[in-house]
Design a protein around this ligand. Structure first.
Ligand code: 5GP
Ligand code: MG
Length: 199
């Protein structure tokens, strides 16, 4: 960025401000997310010995932003890998079952694994990845999700660390998308119904 760009007064709206107009309501503000992510990182670090390395597995794309902020608040060594699971296409309800479409590159045998996802809804996605990781003989597996919707749970699955409980509404922002958009919104909110139609 040039000095001129920094000093120029800007009348431009941020991308968040523009996307806010598409929301029916904000459920969780940027500040609330930031504060809770820091608390979660503390809770996580209390679960491990200080010298224990954590292998963080991020379920992408949804968990990208949450993972990035979470790991930067963890005090010790972490390794990061990603797994891609598709369950929601461009719709607001699940199609078929979740599919692991891109797998891990790190070896997890005897490692302490922390599975990170944006949201648990039916429980299908995280339980599928949990089983997949379990088959790789890790020393331990723990799970952290930013959001939990209890209302539509289909699989009995206890998450170790949950950021926020939310009502049964389709949310976007902070990694969560609608038709691949709104992931870069800094808060989490419910889209207006008229925004849930076109692509
Ligand atoms: P589950 O398999 O537990 O039903 O759903 C988990 C996945 O579905 C999440 O990783 C997320 O990608 C997607 N999902 C569930 N609820 C919502 C929601 O309200 N908004 C968005 N954008 N994605 C959701
Ligand atoms: Mg997801």
């Amino acid at each position: 960025m040039t000095i001129q760009a920094i000093t120029q007064p800007t009348a431009q709206l941020s991308n968040s401000q523009l996307m806010l107009a598409d929301l029916e309501k904000v459920l969780i503000t940027e500040e609330q997310i930031e504060e809770r992510v820091k608390e979660l990182a503390k809770e996580i670090s209390n679960l491990y010995d200080p010298d224990e390395e954590i292998t963080v597995i991020s379920i992408i794309n949804g968990a990208i932003l949450f993972t990035a902020d979470l790991v930067r608040n963890l005090p010790g060594q972490v390794r990061i890998d990603c797994i891609r699971v598709s369950s929601y296409e461009d719709e607001t309800s699940p199609v078929n079952g979740p599919k692991i479409s891109s797998t891990l590159t790190l070896d997890l045998a005897n490692r302490h694994v922390l599975l990170v996802d944006d949201i648990i809804d039916t429980g299908n996605t995280i339980s599928k990845v949990y089983q997949y990781v379990l088959d790789m003989d890790p020393a331990s597996i723990r799970t952290a999700v930013l959001l939990e919707k209890k209302a539509r749970r289909k699989v009995a699955f206890e998450i170790d660390l949950v950021g926020f409980q939310i009502p049964d509404e389709f949310v976007v922002g902070y990694g969560l998308d609608y038709a691949q958009r709104y992931r870069n919104l800094r808060c989490i909110g419910v889209l207006k119904t008229e925004q849930q139609q076109g692509n």
